[in-house]
Design a protein around this ligand. Structure first.
Ligand code: GLU
Length: 305
């Protein structure tokens, strides 16, 4: 079922986890920050289950993630949306976007990116200007292998600038990025889904981990092509382990459930989350909200020790 959320009157924020496991301290911290940014500015706040990666997503994890977020006291407007209910919307958006088929294998792209003048991580447009005859041949080759081509955006820009509450104006690369993945079965790409869903839900403030900062220019560019005002962003620093790597399950008792099983209360977890964002002595989300100042969000990663 596709749920139409109530149009927010004064903007909206969201938390959009992928349901591939239980949320750990770093994920919870980002969720709390997203909620604080939204509620502090009078915005609605939505939960979106980003189950687009059907290979890694499990409905069970989506359910547990929502339970954990609610256990901390976070509140959401409307029903949780699921990307697997939204394939029709992605197909409709695709129709309005300039795009082309791409037949490149991962190896082709790797080789092309080693050519002189190649920009690392930038698709060099190999399939953009093929003739129809060349396309027919490549399409037939893929068909023989039981595969379908990917679809790429025919971008008209190579850079785009976004506004980020923590990073200021951030300019990053735009290339002919994938809109729909090819292979045995076509799969909608995260960059398309996230933009279509944010637009649909009236999201005008995106708060998430700063590992996604470099994706923001592509996504904002896409939003603009779809006739939507790009949101403002706040890419918040991640939680790192003692070795400076992104916190992960193997770093010990890091999920809410593990922390509670280990004898902590949700109040203690909240207080620890609060301390990690510079708010002392809060043990409920309301108290966090009272002490929250967007200008004082730490600019450095939090080290989990
Ligand atoms: N689903 C993405 C993740 O869990 C987040 C996407 C976003 O916030 O834009 O990493």
């Amino acid at each position: 079922m596709t749920v139409q959320p109530q149009p927010p009157t004064c903007g909206a924020g969201r938390y959009a986890p992928s349901p591939s496991g239980d949320l750990h301290f770093g994920n919870l911290r980002t969720a709390v920050l997203a909620w604080l940014f939204a509620r502090q500015s009078g915005r609605a706040f939505y939960l979106r289950d980003e189950d687009i990666d059907t290979g890694r997503s499990r409905p069970e994890f989506a359910r547990r993630q929502e339970e954990d977020l609610r256990a901390l006291g976070l509140t959401f407007d409307g029903d949780t949306t699921h990307q697997t209910d939204r394939f029709g919307a992605y197909a409709k958006a695709l129709e309005s976007l300039p795009h082309y088929e791409c037949y490149c294998s991962r190896k082709d792209i790797q080789e092309a990116s080693q050519a002189p003048h190649a920009i690392p991580g930038h698709y060099p447009g190999t399939c953009r200007n093929l003739t129809e005859k060349e396309r027919e041949t490549k399409r037939a080759q893929l068909r023989e292998q039981g595969r379908v081509p990917a679809l790429r955006l025919a971008a008209e820009a190579d850079h785009f600038t976004v506004v980020d509450e923590l990073h200021g104006e951030y300019t990053g690369e735009v290339d002919d990025f994938i809109l729909r993945r090819g292979g045995q079965v076509p799969d909608w790409a995260y960059n398309l889904a996230v933009v279509v869903d944010d637009a649909y839900q009236g999201i005008d403030q995106v708060v998430r981990g700063d590992d996604l900062l470099s994706s923001a220019p592509r996504q904002a560019y896409l939003a603009q092509l779809l006739g939507v005002e790009p949101p403002t962003y706040a890419h918040v620093p991640l939680v790192l382990n003692a070795q400076g790597k992104r916190l992960a399950k193997r770093d010990g008792a890091v999920t809410l459930r593990q922390m509670l099983d280990g004898g902590m209360t949700t109040q203690q977890v909240l207080s620890q989350l609060g301390e990690s964002i510079g708010i002392a002595g809060a043990s409920t989300v309301q108290e966090l909200l009272e002490g929250f100042d967007p200008d004082r969000v730490p600019r450095k990663p939090f080290i989990w020790a």
